[in-house]
Write a protein that binds this ligand. Structure first.
Ligand code: SF4
Length: 447
């Protein structure tokens, strides 16, 4: 049998990462081993992202970088999977002769079979669908104590700038039983923090025959032994209703944390974006979150530079950001993605102006984050220890309950005692703030 050493690069969002972990789980079952060194891999897989232009560029750069090993190493197959082939299909195959196999979003699960086929063909891109609808063994998690749970694939909404429904297909919720099984096996495997992800987590269950609500899922997962933190990302404001507020306020393991992307605060821009919500309703949702969920941490996302956006619209957005004081805020620039309604809208904002607007919102949020962090100096808080710092050998990292993995900053731990372990919950004393990070020292032994 030919060599079965695999090197996999997973780009893009946590949903893509979950699919990569499922693919790895399947490949390990088939006798493949994983290598971090592309130079010694027999097969290289790039699981791509393509929802906006910068993601497309990053995927192409990564493919061309790894193609060197296809030409000069033991690598006998270079596989490009996921959203980039889903978006460009045969055109991509023509542009990238150095790639052996192109596999769409739904066909990712077929990679083990295709790799063992004598002549698997070159392009396998069908209708977008969930590649791993049921519980699947997963491997290669970013941490032993934390994991993402993809609760649904695709999206039923039609925001005018978004290409995701075309890449990932219509909403497809994973059944409660499969999610419960997956959560239990992750918890049995040492996961303490479970982060729920989907294109729009609030839509979970609306397409299931029995019609279910995200609150049911949160309530069910809260009873899984071993889970200490359950976190909710990607909650469309339209789906934040009283049942969800109740579930978020129910107490641990459900964290008082929500990521609720609002995108803008100008009624005209929200209308042109096709968000189906007006600023007043968004304010109401955010007010209810604060009023109904004690100690809630709110992350959000906004986009600037949308066609037709005026200085007044940006003033409205800046005033909104300064008034709402989000705990965490992602700021993006609009990109005209071909085939979206927004691509054809008049009033394109020059890139230079869009960048200035992005910088203004980022600066406003940085001031808010700095004040929020300063207020924590001297406090003793609980953190989930993630492990040794990637940047500094003598430092460790952890996160507050209000810090989601990879996006909300971290707590840098200066004095790691010998008994410190990833996955522990520890009390720490905040000593200072450092940008989006906090710096702290341990205040006691493991919880
Ligand atoms: S909710 Fe809108 S922005 Fe989000 S994935 Fe769906 S269509 Fe795209």
């Amino acid at each position: 049998m030919e060599g079965r050493r695999l090197h996999l690069v997973s780009l893009g969002c946590p949903k893509n990462r979950v699919d990569s972990e499922c693919l790895l789980g399947r490949l390990l079952e088939e006798g493949w081993t994983v290598t971090a060194d592309p130079g010694e891999a027999d097969v290289i897989v790039v699981h791509t992202c393509a929802f906006i232009r910068p993601a497309v560029e990053e995927s192409l750069e990564t493919i061309l970088e790894l193609a060197r090993w296809r030409a000069h190493g033991p690598c006998r197959r270079l596989v490009v999977a996921g959203c980039l082939p889903q978006r460009y299909g045969a055109d991509l195959a023509r542009e990238l002769p150095e790639v052996d196999l192109f596999v769409g979003v739904a066909e990712v699960a077929r990679i083990p079979t295709l790799l063992d086929a004598e002549d698997p063909g070159r392009v396998h891109v069908g209708r977008p669908a969930d590649a791993f609808p049921g519980a699947t063994p997963r491997a290669g998690r970013w941490a032993a104590h934390a994991a993402y749970l993809k609760i649904a694939e695709g999206c039923h909404r039609r925001c005018s700038y978004c290409i995701i429904p075309r890449l990932r297909g219509p909403l497809h919720s994973r059944p409660l039983a499969a999610l419960l099984n997956e959560a239990r096996s992750l918890a049995d495997d040492g996961v303490r923090e479970l982060t729920l992800v989907a294109q729009d987590t609030t839509a979970w269950g609306r397409d299931l025959p029995e019609g279910a609500h995200l609150a049911d899922l949160l309530g069910t997962l809260a009873r899984v032994d071993g889970l200490t933190w359950i976190r909710l990302l990607y909650a469309n404001p339209l789906g934040v209703d009283d049942r969800l507020l109740e579930a978020l306020a129910a107490g641990l393991p459900v964290l008082p944390y929500v990521d609720v992307p609002v995108q803008h605060a100008s009624p005209r821009v929200l209308g042109a974006m096709g968000r189906g919500i007006d600023p007043a309703r968004q304010e109401q949702v955010l007010d209810r979150l604060k009023a109904c969920v004690p100690g809630i941490t709110v992350r959000s996302t906004v986009m600037v530079g949308f066609p037709g956006e005026t200085d007044e619209d940006v003033e409205a957005l800046l005033a909104f950001v300064q008034r709402r004081r989000f705990d965490h805020l992602g700021v993006f620039r609009f990109f005209p993605e071909e085939g979206t309604p927004a691509e054809r809208l008049p009033g394109r904002v020059p890139v230079r102006v869009a960048r200035q607007r992005e910088d203004a919102v980022v600066a406003a949020q940085a001031r808010i984050a700095r004040d929020t962090h300063r207020a924590r100096i001297g406090c003793t808080v609980e953190v989930l220890v993630d492990g040794p710092s990637r940047e500094h050998p003598f430092l460790w990292e952890g996160r507050l309950p209000g810090q989601a993995p990879e996006v909300d900053g971290r707590v840098v731990l200066t004095d790691a005692p010998p008994d410190l372990r990833a996955g522990q919950f520890r009390q720490v004393r905040v000593m200072r703030a450092n940008g989006v990070d906090l710096v702290a020292s341990l205040a006691g032994g493991p919880e």
